[in-house]
Design a binder for this molecule. Sequence first.
Ligand code: DX5
Ligand code: ZN
Length: 235
Amino acid sequence: MTPLLIAPSVIAADFGYLRADLARAEQGGADMLHVDIMDGHFVPNITFGPAMVKTMKSLTKLPLDVHLMISRPRKFITAFVEAGAANITFHIECEDQIRTAIDEIVYYSRTAGLAVKPRTPLSAVKEHLGAINRLLIMTVEPGFGGQTFMEDMMAKVKQAVEWRREGGFKYDIEVDGGLNRYTIWPAVRAGAEVIVAGTSLFSQVDLGHAIQDLRDNARDALAYLTAPPIEEEPG
Ligand code: DX5
Ligand code: ZN
């Protein structure tokens, strides 16, 4: 199993203090930074483009996990590679040829991820599971930070674990949206390994403590999952 990876979502950072916020994520023990790219078309919001990602890259040593919520990801793969993305994830619901886009990302020696919106069945990505490094299961409707975690998406996470085992695939399973010290319980118990968290991390004064708190809760949730049954007193 992949060790738990914590990915603070930059969308929740204070952009006026971006340098400081990225530094406190790095010093706080984050494993990567999650960068949400929105085009105002695929989702009803706009965030940043390759130039901002390049700036972020210059401000941190953490790998950048770029999440493209854009209709035409292929147009921008080269730009985000050059900006410094370590991983590029795009949506199965986009308008481009899926396998071609995956191949392009892999061609640039970046890891490739596929994301699935809450209302899209997981079966939509099934034929691509052998080709990807990361499967992003959205736990909110993409577009905005600060929304409520959709626990019913955990059925998809469990299915993704099952299909990975059956197919001998290598992708890790990422969840994104509404993750905090409580919702991480069902997430890791279902099998999620990459935890994206925006609001619940950047809203905290002590980001390092908040990251550690997520790790502690994940550990407790998994320990509880595997705890031996309590033996009953005979008679
Ligand atoms: C939603 C984004 C998420 C989200 C995470 O479209 O992909 O990354 O902003 O933020 P929180 O943790 O605040 O839900
Ligand atoms: Zn995201």
